[in-house]
Design a protein around this ligand. Structure first.
Ligand code: SF4
Length: 290
């Protein structure tokens, strides 16, 4: 078994939620038979993907003609984005890097993240800065929720550890020069920007290292315990493997949310895990530029 993993936010979250699920899903690679989604949910997922692709094209410099966007909801999101575009008031001489990945080492493993949009450049004091933008089409989360998310912590840590790779060798990107903005289509006027600091990075990185050590210990003992939190089992496809059918199947708050119309909608805008690249050596600390 390969004990050196490419760790994304999904794998980290899964390992922390349930080590047995992590083993079944990522090590034994048992199929993850998703329950059939309602047609409405499938449509919302597709709209979320289409919106991300639209913004990728926009930030690659391609022109977008609203009339050619076939889906009315996506067209409305695009118009909202144009009105409330959070990528503004940035210094000159920036680079816009949509759908950019970054990989850095973590113990025996690699950490990986892919940003919807990474903006890099120099601020008014000629210091390098990096600003991640993440587009969300699901339910807006609170600042506390966003701060606690592994997506936030992983993205900021990745740039603090490996972001200097976007500049010439003698340039160092400091944690204080890194930020992350979440922009929700349902709360377009109030993007949430989260900053970073050396102290926050130190604490964040120590915790990531501790998780890597836990992972190594689990590999060494080949023990992958079932979670004590049965609520995790309610949305898990491996209930039968674990004898946890009694947990029920109601969707949890983490996988669904209420839209402004009161409908339950999934987190629409997360990339499919299958898009993670294989970790070739040369990708280490190397930006995966579009
Ligand atoms: S059913 Fe529960 S214990 Fe089993 S893998 Fe899923 S979350 Fe873990």
């Amino acid at each position: 078994m390969d004990n050196n993993l490419l760790l994304s936010q999904y794998k980290l979250t899964t390992f922390l939620a349930c080590q047995r699920r992590f083993q079944l899903r990522y090590l034994r690679r048992l199929p993850w038979p998703a329950r059939p989604l309602p047609e409405r949910t499938e449509q919302l997922l597709q709209q979320g993907q289409d919106f991300h692709q639209l913004l990728e094209r926009h930030f690659l410099g391609l022109s977008i003609t609203p009339a050619t966007i076939p889906d009315q909801r996506v067209r409305q999101w695009w118009q909202s984005f144009q009105t409330h575009n959070p990528v503004q008031n940035l210094p000159d001489n920036i680079r816009l890097l949509p759908e950019t990945g970054l990989t850095v080492p973590l113990g025996n493993h690699l950490l990986y993240g892919r940003f919807d949009l990474l903006v890099i450049g120099q601020d008014e004091n000629s210091q390098p800065f990096a600003h991640i933008f993440d587009w969300k089409t699901g339910r807006p989360a609170t600042v506390d929720e966003l701060n606690a998310r592994w997506q936030t912590r992983l993205y900021l840590a990745l740039l603090a550890e490996g972001g200097s790779a976007f500049w010439p060798k003698d340039v160092q990107l400091q944690p204080e020069q890194i930020s992350l903005t979440y922009w929700y289509v349902q709360d377009a006027e109030t993007p949430v920007t989260i900053g970073y600091s050396a102290a926050a990075h130190q604490a964040n990185w120590i915790e990531l290292q501790q998780i890597a050590t836990q992972l190594d210990d689990a590999f060494a003992a080949d023990i992958w315990p079932l979670t004590d939190d049965w609520s995790q089992c309610r949305e898990c496809a491996y209930q039968v493997y674990c004898g946890r059918q009694g947990a029920g199947t109601a969707p949890s708050a983490s996988s669904t949310a209420l839209s402004s119309s009161g409908r339950a909608v999934p987190e629409l805008d997360e990339h499919d895990e299958t898009e993670e690249p294989a970790p070739p050596d040369e990708q280490l600390l190397t930006p995966d530029l579009p």
